[in-house]
Design a protein around this ligand. Structure first.
Ligand SMILES: Nc1nc2c(ncn2[C@@H]2O[C@H](COP(=O)(O)OP(=O)(O)OP(=O)(O)O)[C@@H](O)[C@H]2O)c(=O)[nH]1
Ligand SMILES: [Mg+2]
Length: 407
């Protein structure tokens, strides 16, 4: 194995958090939304005629900045010691325009077999041609065996990062007695992962911290990948560039209803946030994806976040930063079992224009127990290895119809 294949982005931690504070926010002009009562009507779908006048509110991060990172706790694992600068090798790979993007893969060492299967599926179907980098994150150091097995799968740059403990563990200020009671209640109800603290750590990390990791600072777009997922179709174009060129901030392949007992108070918190920070609500929001009555009640619809291609500058922006901080104070990741999927979906639906959310209909994808399989020309042109009759899209608990009715 040539050493250049083991690449560590030692100079990738190059854009400081200051950058985000300096980034323009999308909040101006929405201050007229004053209270939830009056908000209700305005959150209903306005006409689509104004969409062309909206400009993007985010800034692209570059990989060439030389500012040193401010992170002191996030460890970057050297692998191996003679590794080279990932940004250099990234740009040398091709002359074609590519997006400032990476795959993000959170995993445990024990997930290795599922990780290998997912990476191979992605490489075979898309990335062998495009060579976007891979960033692996873990709350424990990755083993040499993990790195070895992943590294042989691709020629693209790979880096392995350790998550800072404060981005992962249950915060000190959480009332553990109350959290334990919440877990016990959920276990009694038989809610999946209801008794698990690590699962809650993962949900909170994916909601509010992954995009702050040192290894992700150089990038704007990410594609989240999980163990044991399948990509069924050849992708003959670059979905990251699609996101960039069409001003998209969030995308999905499967949308569905959340288990209500995992989020009993989430929507009350969201309504409180809307009352307190009306300036962050995008006038062309997609509240009607989330609610059947203009915002009074959450219909539990969310985008399934094990697949996400999205814009990290959206999560790094003022609206989402405030939203995450607001929810964090409620402690719902630990007192209940708030998932990153409803949290991301609610934020994307409220703070982005609805036309900035994209359904990748042509990407065949499976995460147990559901799959999206394209149909028609997309199925045949993508050489999709799935049955197009077997797709979650229009089944009973899918929210795709609701998404499509927004347009
Ligand atoms: N490092 C680390 N990663 C974790 C931990 N728990 C979950 N993950 C990762 O977080 C992602 C989501 O976890 P999953 O266990 O897949 O959760 P899920 O998709 O809701 O449920 P299943 O896939 O059905 O188990 C996966 O990429 C996991 O590998 C953990 O304790 N440590
Ligand atoms: Mg999973």
């Amino acid at each position: 194995m040539p050493p250049k294949r083991y690449i560590i982005p030692l100079v990738l931690g190059t854009v400081t958090s200051l950058h985000y504070f300096l980034s323009p926010s999308s909040s101006t002009g929405y201050g007229r939304l004053a209270s939830f009562g009056s908000l209700q009507e305005q959150l209903r779908l306005p006409s689509l005629t104004n969409t062309t006048s909206i400009t993007t509110s985010t800034t692209t991060l570059t990989t060439t900045s030389t500012t040193s990172t401010t992170s002191t706790t996030a460890a970057v694992e050297p692998y191996p010691s003679n590794a080279t600068d990932v940004s250099q090798s990234f740009h040398n790979d091709t002359q074609e325009h590519r997006a400032n993007a990476t795959f993000v893969f959170l995993a445990r060492n024990s997930d290795i077999n599922g990780v290998v299967a997912s990476v191979q599926s992605m490489e075979d179907r898309f990335n062998r041609k495009y060579k976007y980098p891979w960033v692996f994150l873990n709350d424990e150091p990755f083993t040499e065996e993990f790195k070895r097995r992943v590294s042989i799968l691709t020629d693209a740059p790979i880096s392995f990062g350790l998550i800072p403990p404060e981005h992962w563990h249950q915060p000190e200020w959480i009332d553990e007695d109350r959290a334990r009671m919440g877990r016990q209640r959920m276990m009694i109800k038989g809610i999946i992962y209801g008794g698990s603290v690590p699962y809650r750590n993962m949900c909170r990390f994916n909601s509010g911290f992954f995009f702050k990791h040192e290894l992700l600072q150089p990038y704007r777009y990410y594609w989240r990948v999980e163990p044991s997922v399948k990509f069924f179709c050849d992708l003959n174009y670059d979905p990251f560039l699609y996101m960039e060129e069409h001003d998209k901030v969030y995308s999905f392949t499967i949308s569905l209803e959340e288990h209500e007992p995992t989020v009993p108070t989430l929507w009350d918190s969201v309504k409180e946030f809307i009352d307190q920070y009306p300036q962050f609500i995008e006038p062309q929001n997609s509240m009607d994806f989330l609610s059947n009555d203009g915002g009074k009640k959450y219909n539990l619809c969310h985008y399934w976040s094990n697949f996400e291609i999205a814009d990290m500058d959206f999560w790094r922006g003022e609206a989402y930063t405030k939203f995450f901080e607001f929810l964090e104070e409620k402690g719902g990741w630990y007192y209940e079992r708030w998932g990153d999927a409803p949290v991301h979906s609610i934020a994307a639906s409220l703070f982005a224009r609805r036309d900035q959310i994209h359904f990748f209909r042509d990407i065949g994808y499976r995460h147990e127990n559901f799959q999206h399989c394209p149909s028609g020309d997309q199925w045949s042109e993508g050489r999709c290895a799935c049955d197009s009759q077997d797709s979650f899209d229009y089944t009973d608990h899918s929210c795709l119809k609701r998404f499509e009715s927004l347009f």
